[in-house]
Design a protein around this ligand. Structure first.
Ligand code: NAD
Ligand code: UDP
Length: 389
């Protein structure tokens, strides 16, 4: 019966238990990956992060049924000699650690570049020197802007997929000028991708690079003033959630015309587990992981979130649910934007047979139900304290 219960990889072979060093395990993606690995696999996880609030239920302390399966190592990979030992002890390292909120790219470009390039260097080096496999998290932002965005607004070629669909092996990386510091993140991520790729080509490093396309869901980022700094600016899901919880209008940056494709975190995590458990199919590949069917403009996202939140909370929407703000007001100087992000899914489909499942409406319902339940009371308390002082 034990053999019958063994889990098989995509080629029908039993999956051996792995020891995984997961760096950035306490973040949004890491917390979901830890949960999934604990619930559905037999792998052991050494979770590395500077904080563990989002995985506290798994590590502080580990529940009895997970004894020996997961441990938390509080360390900053910038300057901690324990990192090499943890990588050596593991079969596989997954690096999620990064500064990855756009509000930081133009206001803290040095921290952004150090975090996404310099701090990742030792991780790559230790994996390469010790012949350990690496799954590194990059970003869809390495594509930058689409080719089509440089054509006149109504040009018919803008509608042709060659001018906007983003392909791992073919599309160029198109960033704005250096004064547009927004691109510091994309550029640092691009260079670490090139370095990892070169380690693979010259030194035989076994690697997989993941390019997430706007993964969203519960536990993403923070609500300013509740579980993050009151002046902090998280990514759009948390910004809009915060506005809805506080009954203030959603802020559309530069008209909200940029387009994004959103994928449900739980769908995306399934792709990562396939990469973990099918090294022969995942090694030496760069994978787009997104949902090309869930495309909206930021304005449309704001409209959908307003409607869904009204259903979830029972509170009628505001008369003016959205307002326009300029990017320089909202993010400061040096902001710029990706215009459109449609992932080509050919490679991940062929290698891992993965497809996203959850429509945008459904994932917003689940996520906003979570946001309302988790934060509504805390936001009310915080607002009444703030108005009292
Ligand atoms: P997150 O900010 O929630 O998680 C990152 C985690 O890394 C945090 O818990 C942070 O504390 C930790 N960390 C950062 N620097 C560290 C250091 N020096 N030492 C130890 N821990 C450190 O972000 P996320 O959404 O979970 O993203 C994870 C990765 O995926 C990042 O590399 C990001 O660039 C990439 N990514 C995510 C998305 C998305 O849609 N969520 C999109 C594109 C790229
Ligand atoms: N955005 C917005 N209002 C907000 C927050 C973000 O209009 O309150 C826009 C932002 O300008 C960008 C999109 O939403 O066009 C997605 O932003 P996010 O921070 O999620 O990251 P990105 O997809 O750009 O990496």
């Amino acid at each position: 019966p034990a053999a019958a219960a063994a889990r098989l990889d995509l080629d029908g072979n039993p999956i051996a238990p792995l020891t995984i060093c997961m760096i950035g395990a306490g973040g949004f993606i890491g917390s979901h990956l830890c949960e999934k690995l604990m619930a559905e696999t037999h792998h052991v996880v050494h979770a590395v992060d500077v904080y563990c609030d989002k995985i506290r239920h798994l590590v502080d302390p580990a529940p009895p049924h997970l004894a020996g399966r997961i441990s938390f190592h509080r360390l900053n990979i910038k300057n901690d000699s324990r990192l090499e030992g943890l990588i050596k002890m593991a079969d596989l390292t997954i690096n999620l650690a990064a500064i990855c909120t756009p509000a930081d790219y133009n206001t803290r470009p040095l921290d952004t570049i150090y975090s996404n390039f310099i701090d990742a260097l030792p991780v790559v080096k230790y994996c390469s020197e010790n012949s350990k496999r690496l799954i590194h998290f990059s970003t869809c932002e390495v594509y930058g802007k689409t080719i089509g965005s440089f054509l006149p607004k109504d040009h018919p070629l803008r509608k042709e997929p060659e001018f906007y669909v983003l392909k791992e092996d073919e599309s160029p990386c198109i960033f704005g000028p250096i004064v547009k510091q927004r691109w510091s993140y994309a550029c640092a991520k691009q260079l670490i991708e090139r370095l990892i790729f070169a380690e693979g080509a010259e030194n035989g490093l076994e690697f997989t690079i993941v390019r997430p396309f706007n993964w969203i869901g519960p536990r993403m980022d923070f609500i300013p003033g509740v579980d993050g700094p009151s002046e902090g600016v998280p990514r759009v899901l948390a910004c809009f959630s915060n506005n809805l919880l506080r009954r203030e209008p959603l802020k559309l940056v530069d008209g909200g015309q940029s387009q994004r494709t959103f994928v449900y975190i739980k769908d995306a995590i399934e792709a990562v587990v396939l990469m973990i458990e099918n090294p022969a199919r995942a090694n030496d590949h760069i994978f787009n992981v997104g949902n090309p069917d869930n495309e909206v403009t930021v304005r449309e996202l704001a409209q959908m979130m307003t409607e869904v939140y009204a259903n979830v909370s029972g509170e009628a929407p505001l008369d003016e649910p959205m307002i326009d703000v300029s990017s320089s007001q909202f993010y400061g100087e040096g902001y710029d934007d990706s215009d459109k992000r449609i992932p080509d899914m050919t490679i991940i489909n062929k290698q891992l047979g993965w497809n996203p499942k959850t429509p945008l409406k459904d994932l917003l319902e689940t996520t906003l139900t979570y946001q309302h339940k988790t934060y509504k009371e805390a936001v009310k308390r915080q607002m009444s304290q703030a108005s009292a002082t």
